[in-house]
Design a protein around this ligand. Structure first.
Ligand code: NAD
Ligand code: GLY
Length: 360
């Protein structure tokens, strides 16, 4: 069992990383003194694969799980779905002595986490991430949210889980496209803060694509360490946590413009990272060869790198609704070479992004 701790004073927790471990979830929860009555929030895809193993493990350790599935897909990370979770919790008489388990990818983790943050002003919850993206990023750090038709993740809360429980064996059933989407966030860590990790990824492409357990565990552990350190320094994104948004402003615009679903989050972030790197190169902060290295690594994982054909105006309007825009100014994350980044204020969004989108 590997473990990474997120140090946040009384909100500290562990990220447990293991293989073939889902059957021991109940046992781990017992050590936490987690509430006995738990709502397990998932979707039909994940439930069919892992719902019964999860509930059996919980029951064996004396927990009383009740399951609720929401439909599968980014489109359902919505206020309507959130209401259905509240309805389920209220109709089943969940109270403040109960807990919640988010079993699934980033969509489940974000919406179930937000339900836990807000139901009865907050009940304890645990993340059991089952996609690579959720295991390396979304389950860690306590950002919970739903989308609004006008923008991504616009309604949410910072609310830390009691534990993140990762069973890498769940990745064996993941579609290759979802594995790649997770790799985009893994690569992000290399670009923004760890050049050695970036080199290691370049050297381990085939091992990771073939889901070699040792390589997968290392990629997850390193990603969780890097994210955990950043979150411990800046839980509520007053400073360095914003680095984690590298590639996300443009990425979120792609997700929104394409109607949430056509592009996976990681795919949109991959395109956004290449655009950010090109902007950084244009301003002399990184070399064209470094942009190429990033593009090559993303492409090696079959990730898209070219912006889809929306007009500059559409991109600008979408980006202006981003959380990172304050009083019309966008704070962008730019990379300095590979392994370092900084925040850069953009006053004229249109001028900065114009060279990188097609003029329709
Ligand atoms: P997802 O949750 O939609 O999962 C992708 C697909 O994989 C879904 O169809 C899901 O049902 C399926 N799936 C999940 N586990 C599986 C398994 N083990 N085997 C087979 N199929 C499985 O997408 P995602 O990429 O995990 O997450 C994307 C979401 O995460 C976005 O909404 C994004 O905004 C959010 N996010 C949040 C944070 C954060 O800090 N909170 C960070 C990054 C991304
Ligand atoms: N995924 C960005 C963050 O957690 O801050």
């Amino acid at each position: 069992m590997e473990s990474v701790d997120v140090h946040l004073a009384e909100r500290s927790y562990s990220i447990l990383i293991n293989s073939d471990s889902l059957a021991s979830l109940g046992q781990e929860l017992s050590h936490l003194n987690f509430p006995k009555r738990v709502a397990v929030i998932s979707n039909p895809t994940v439930d069919n694969l892992y719902g019964s193993m999860t509930c059996t493990s919980l029951e064996t350790s004396g927990f009383i799980p009740t399951q609720f599935n929401i439909p599968d897909g980014e489109n359902y990370k919505s206020i309507t779905t959130l209401e259905s979770i509240y309805d389920f919790l209220i109709e089943n008489e969940f109270d403040r002595g109960c807990g919640l388990i988010a079993l699934g990818g980033g969509v489940i983790g974000d919406i179930a986490g937000f339900a836990a943050a807000t139901f009865l002003r907050g009940i304890p919850y645990v993340q059991v991430p089952t996609t690579l993206l959720a295991q390396v990023d979304s389950s860690v750090g306590g950002k919970t949210a739903i989308n609004h038709p006008l923008g991504k993740n616009l309604i949410g809360a910072f609310y830390q889980p009691e534990m993140v429980f990762i069973d890498i064996t769940t990745l064996n059933t993941l579609e290759p496209r979802d594995l790649s989407a997770g790799m985009a966030e893994v690569i992000k860590y290399g670009v923004i803060c760890d050049s050695n990790f970036f080199c290691w990824l370049e050297d381990n492409i085939e091992n990771l694509k073939n889901r070699k357990p040792e390589s997968i565990v290392y990629a997850i552990r390193r990603s969780c360490q890097l994210k955990g350190e950043i979150v411990a320094r800046d839980e509520r994104e007053g400073s360095v946590r914003a680095f984690l948004n590298y590639g996300h402003t443009f990425g979120h615009a792609i997700e929104k413009l394409s109607g949430y679903g056509q592009f996976k989050h990681g795919e949109a972030v991959a395109i956004g990272m290449v655009v950010a790197a090109k902007i950084a190169a244009g301003q002399g902060f990184c070399l064209p060869q470094e942009v190429q290295r990033l593009s090559d690594l993303l492409s090696a994982f079959d990730l898209p790198i070219d912006p889809p054909d929306f007009s500059l105006e559409e991109y600008v309007v979408a980006m202006q609704r981003d959380k990172k825009v304050k009083q019309g100014h966008l704070t962008m994350v730019l990379n300095r070479g590979i392994g370092e980044c900084f925040l850069h204020q953009v006053d004229d969004i249109s001028a900065v992004f114009s060279p990188f989108v097609k003029h329709l």
